[in-house]
Design a protein around this ligand. Structure first.
Ligand SMILES: *Cc1c(COP(=O)(O)O)cnc(C)c1O
Length: 220
C-alpha cells in the first residue's frame, strides 16, 4: 500500500487518542513528504546526521522528535533541529542539552526514556531511577521535562509488551501525582507499528510508527 494510504489508515485507527510520530530512520525526504501530505505532523529521527539531511528539505513544516540514542558530541547539532528529545536517560546528557540550549537561547522539551524491561543492553533509566532524574531535570533552566518514553522488550507479540507499557504508565502517574516544580507529565510515548494499539490501551498519547507507514526497512 502507498505511504499516504498507510498514514490515513493509521490516523483513522488512532482516532485522536494519541499523536503520531512517523519514525523515519532510513527514509528519504520524498517518502517523508508523502507521509506529511497525508497528515503526519511529527517526524521521529534516530540519527542527527540523517535528520540534518531530510530537515534541509522539509524544514519546520513538521515537528521533529529525536528518538535514538543521543551522543553528547551530537547535542549541539541536535538542539538546532529537534523540538523534542524523547530519549534523555542521564544527568550528564541532560546537562549538555541544557548548556547547548542556553547557548542559543532556547528551551527544549524532553522525555525521560525508561528501561521498562530492565534489559542490561538497552538505553533508558530503571523505573525506580526516573524520579531522581526528573527532579534534576526540573532544575535545569533550558530543559522542560514533559513526560516519559519507553521501548520495552521486543518479542513480536504486542500482548507481551503490555506489562511494560502499564508499568511505565504507573511510573508516569506516580510522578504526575507529585510533580517536581518545573516539570510536567503531558506525554507518554509508547508503542510502535506492531504494538501501538496495546500501548494506547495502556495510556500512550504519543506513538512512534515506522514500518506500518513506510514499509519494511531496507538496510542494504
Ligand atoms: C524505528 C523505531 C520505531 C518504529 O518502529 P517500527 O517497528 O518500524 O514501527 C519506534 N521507536 C523507536 C525508538 C525506533 O527507533
Amino acid at each position: 500500500m502507498a505511504i499516504s494510504d498507510n498514514v490515513r489508515k493509521i490516523l483513522e485507527e488512532i482516532n485522536g487518542r494519541a499523536e503520531l510520530v512517523a519514525a523515519a530512520k532510513t527514509r528519504t525526504a520524498d517518502e517523508i513528504r508523502e507521509a506529511v501530505k497525508a497528515g503526519v505532523r511529527i517526524v521521529g529521527q534516530n540519527y542527527v546526521q540523517e535528520a540534518e539531511a531530510v530537515y534541509q528539505d522539509i524544514g519546520r513544516e513538521v515537528r521533529w522528535h529525536f528518538i535514538g540514542h543521543l551522543q553528547k558530541n551530537k547535542v549541539k547539532k541536535a538542539v538546532a533541529i529537534f523540538d523534542m528529545i524523547e530519549t534523555v536517560d542521564s544527568v550528564e546528557l541532560a546537562s549538555v542539552i541544557d548548556k547547548r540550549c542556553a547557548a542559543i537561547d532556547r528551551t527544549i522539551d524532553v522525555l525521560i526514556e525508561v528501561n521498562s524491561g530492565r534489559e542490561p543492553q538497552k538505553a533508558g533509566v530503571l523505573p525506580e531511577d526516573v524520579r531522581p532524574l526528573a527532579e534534576k531535570l526540573a532544575g535545569m533552566r533550558n530543559i522542560r521535562l514533559r513526560g516519559l518514553m519507553t521501548m520495552g522488550p521486543f518479542t513480536g507479540d504486542p500482548e507481551e509488551a503490555r506489562p511494560y507499557f502499564s508499568g511505565t504508565r504507573k511510573v508516569f502517574e506516580e510522578i504526575s501525582g507529585a510533580l517536581p516544580e518545573g516539570a510536567s507529565m503531558d506525554y507518554l510515548s509508547m508503542g510502535m507499528s506492531n504494538s501501538f494499539r496495546v500501548a494506547i490501551e495502556e495510556g500512550a498519547n504519543l506513538v512512534r510508527i515506522g514500518t506500518a507507514i513506510f514499509g519494511e526497512r531496507d538496510y542494504s
